[in-house]
Design a protein around this ligand. Structure first.
Ligand SMILES: Nc1ncnc2c1ncn2[C@@H]1O[C@H](COP(=O)(O)OP(=O)(O)OP(=O)(O)O)[C@@H](O)[C@H]1O
Ligand SMILES: O=P(O)(O)OC[C@H]1O[C@](O)(CO)[C@@H](O)[C@@H]1O
Ligand SMILES: [Mg+2]
Length: 554
């Protein structure tokens, strides 16, 4: 199972191109573990449910739109309770940690993990990794090094879902794998629930590898969190709906302001560092927005087809307009006109310059210099408001299902996985480690040539790469399902077309650019193949999955 101390993906192949990307299990590295009957079978709430336990062979397809001859493609293990569990109730010592930025629903997930452990599995020892009770606020991974934790009981977490934020606190940076695993071992923790975004899941994955290397019976399970909805594979991230709903209030205010004054422009900046999902969905939901600018769709200001021309036209025709801009949009324009900051946060994420202020100033300057018309621009920045609110009803239900699923998986002895919704079904998605084992150079360094082959043949543990660099040697490949790349709005997809047709804004791209974009993203040109946008009705169509045979990467 191991290559250079890193576990390989568990891939199970079946008929008609069926591939199961399975999750690790204790039995992969600890022999002769005892099993126990699942206590849920005596729980009156569940024992009446027909076929309550998930069949061992149940899996969920990643792509549900298929053609007559499509192979069955990639599948994930279906989440849910198993007949046999690998822990006795009083043996479990669980802990929960929240990392990265805030997101509506964090407290709901914490609450529901505690409730599921207590009331479904009779587990009484659950810790929150948190030292916010002390002077030094250090939640997140940093919290592992501090000696302070908080005991989480149903009473403690009873009404936390009504509050925004996370009762455990959070942090960026400061991930030290061996210190974290030492702390887990010292405290006798055997189930670690890690709630966080792409960075957090990468951190969880290396924690899992270290735990496995030490041969510990400790589950590491992730719950994906990101307000930007930039985690691939899963349908959408919890808190996203709440954020979009909250953004409506800012857009409404911008619309009211703009409408009430001559040549009024309401400009709203929303979160979305690299992915414009919040801006796109908030725009589609509102119908008052005349222009939506996102990181995935480059735009320009001056000249024919530019933003200024469109603003002028809108103001002449309607007397007002509303613009929504994602925080990561137009960053290349900003760095052209301002000194590039190149600063990073503690986790290494690039700190962005404020595009909202920048674009407001540019619009004002343009109209005052051109003396074309007097405009009235109101800039609204609800950035943190949309993520600091408690989760709405549908996100609360979603968080509950995620939490219950992750607890069922942990009790069943699965580990090294993230719990996620795929095509409306709860699943367990393996972390894997983002590594390509380059047997030519005999190093675990990622080999970009092999990664290229991986793009074509993602589901197999070995590919033979014919490129001149690796000279036909076999390469072991692994990929980090959840964090291998960021989920982004695909601007050649139907959803972005729907947005363009609802706002009537210019697409800012020429036909030539579209052809180039398609060449790069769609036809497997120099950039990787882009997945269809998640959250789409036409997403998740089947790709052709190649046979496990030689793949040319040139
Ligand atoms: N490659 C990595 N390996 C190990 N730990 C990491 C890695 N990337 C990030 N982390 C750790 O994960 C934690 C959270 O990362 P980050 O601040 O990027 O937030 P995130 O989980 O991506 O959430 P958000 O959605 O807010 O960006 C930090 O403590 C960081 O040190
Ligand atoms: O200011 P903070 O807390 O680092 O978080 C800001 C970032 O977090 C996110 O919400 C999620 O990554 C981004 O959209 C945003 O840029
Ligand atoms: Mg992140």
């Amino acid at each position: 199972m191991e290559s250079n101390g890193v576990s390989k993906p568990k891939i199970v192949s079946g008929g008609f191109g069926y591939v199961l990307e399975d999750v690790p299990h204790f039995t992969d590295y600890i022999p002769d573990l005892p099993t126990y009957s699942n206590p849920l079978q005596d729980n009156p709430a569940f024992s009446v449910v027909k076929q309550y336990f998930v069949h061992v062979d149940d899996s969920v397809p990643q792509k549900i739109v298929v053609h007559k001859d499509s192979p069955r493609g990639i599948h994930f293990r279906r989440a849910g309770p198993r007949q046999k569990v690998y822990f006795e109730s009083d043996e479990v010592h669980a802990c929960i940690v929240t990392c990265g930025g805030l997101c509506p629903g964090l407290n709901t997930v914490i609450r529901e993990i505690v409730y599921s452990l207590y009331y479904m599995y009779g587990v009484k020892r659950v810790l929150g990794i948190d030292v916010t009770v002390l002077l030094f606020h250090q939640g997140g991974y940093r919290g592992f090094y501090a000696r302070n934790t908080i005991a989480l009981t149903p009473k403690v977490v009873n009404d936390i879902h009504k509050r925004g934020g996370t009762i455990l606190g959070t942090s960026r940076g400061g991930h030290d794998t061996s210190k974290i695993v030492d702390s887990i071992q010292d405290r006798g923790i055997n189930q670690v629930y890690i709630i966080g975004g792409d960075g957090t899941q990468k951190g969880a994955s290396v924690i899992f590898e270290e735990i496995r290397r030490r041969g510990l019976k400790v589950v590491v399970a992730g719950i994906p969190k990101t307000i930007d909805n930039d985690i691939p594979v899963i349908d959408k991230s919890f808190g996203f709906d709440t954020a979009v709903e909250e953004a409506q209030r800012a857009i409404n205010a911008a619309h009211v302001e703009a409408e009430s004054i001559e040549n009024g422009i309401g400009l709203v900046k929303l979160m979305g560092r690299y992915s414009g999902f919040i801006a796109m969905y908030a725009t589609l939901a509102s119908r008052d927005v005349d222009c939506c600018l996102i990181p995935e769709s480059p735009f320009y200001l001056e000249g024919e087809g530019g933003l200024f021309e469109y603003i002028e036209k809108q103001l002449k025709e309607n007397g007002h307009m509303v613009i929504v801009i994602a925080e990561g949009a137009g960053q290349e324009l900003l760095s052209e006109s301002m000194q590039s900051m190149n600063q990073q946060d503690a986790s290494g994420n690039k700190l962005l310059q404020d595009v909202g202020l920048w674009i407001s100033q540019n619009i004002k300057d343009y109209f005052s210099k051109q003396k074309k018309m007097t405009i009235n621009l109101k800039y609204i920045d609800p950035t943190y408001m949309i993520r600091a609110v408690p989760s709405n009803a549908s996100d609360n239900v979603y968080c509950t299902l995620l939490a219950q699923s992750v607890v069922h998986g942990a009790m069943a002895g699965y580990t090294g996985f993230t719990s996620g919704l795929v095509n409306g079904r709860q699943t367990y998605i393996p972390f894997y480690v983002s590594i390509t084992y380059d047997s030519f150079h005999n190093t675990p360094k990622p080999c970009r040539y092999a990664e290229h082959a991986l793009k074509v043949c993602v589901s197999f543990t070995q590919v033979k790469c014919e490129c001149s660099i690796t000279r036909g040697l076999l390469l072991d490949v692994g990929l980090q399902r959840i964090t291998e790349k960021q989920n982004k709005v695909v601007i050649t997809d139907r959803m972005w077309a729907r947005l363009l047709s609802s706002t009537n804004q210019p697409s800012f791209i020429s036909d030539k650019d579209v052809i180039e974009y398609k060449k790069e993203y769609i036809s497997g040109g120099k950039k990787e193949e882009e997945p269809a946008t998640q959250l789409l009705d036409d997403a998740n169509c089947a790709d052709v999955v190649l046979e496990n045979k030689e793949v040319s990467c040139m």
